[in-house]
Design a protein. Sequence first.
Length: 201
Amino acid sequence: MVDSEQPEPESVSPASAGETPGFDRTIVMVGLMGAGKSAVGRRLAARLNMPFVDADTEIETAAGCTIAEIFERHGEAAFRDGERRVIARLLEGPPIVLATGGGAFMDDDTRALVARTGISVWLRADLDTLVRRTAKRNHRPLLRDGDPAETLKNLIAIRHPIYEQSDIVVESDDSPLDKTVDRVCKALDAYLARTSRNGNP
Ligand code: S3P
């Protein structure tokens, strides 16, 4: 079963990974909280022999505190500024598999930069799945107040039409994690075949 909510080891820094990247563009995992961006992204990176980086972890390292603390101390707008800067820096670097926070792709500048430099993969999950997975941990500021199911439902309505602009869409359901990674690999192959035929990057 996909369990994206288990704490996992720290992300690998692109500079220290020392691996030969499997792709010449950064693969950007997109989707709502609980979609499995980090869990799937980490395994995808291992398969493709690419470094994995979690943008949220990078933001916390840069800020020296947790995302919840950034929200509390400085507000969401300050978090979004930091998120945009950190993701831009990562996209300028060598190719990696990059798990972004659920709000990152909603930013126009970030979305444009991803379109120019990366390949975006939306992990689409239904409301029940997102509610179940996110209920396992309590570290997300946006889900701390109010009814998480209601919040996620509203976020689906607002964000899914934007996530839809991703290069690739893959279902993230209750299949074993490796199955979801299989789907992403297959979709990436199809995307590359399609875009190289069309002469796009
Ligand atoms: C957010 C998602 C979180 C984190 C922050 C805001 C969002 O990341 O960036 O709490 O706006 O959806 P995950 O999607 O990895 O939980």
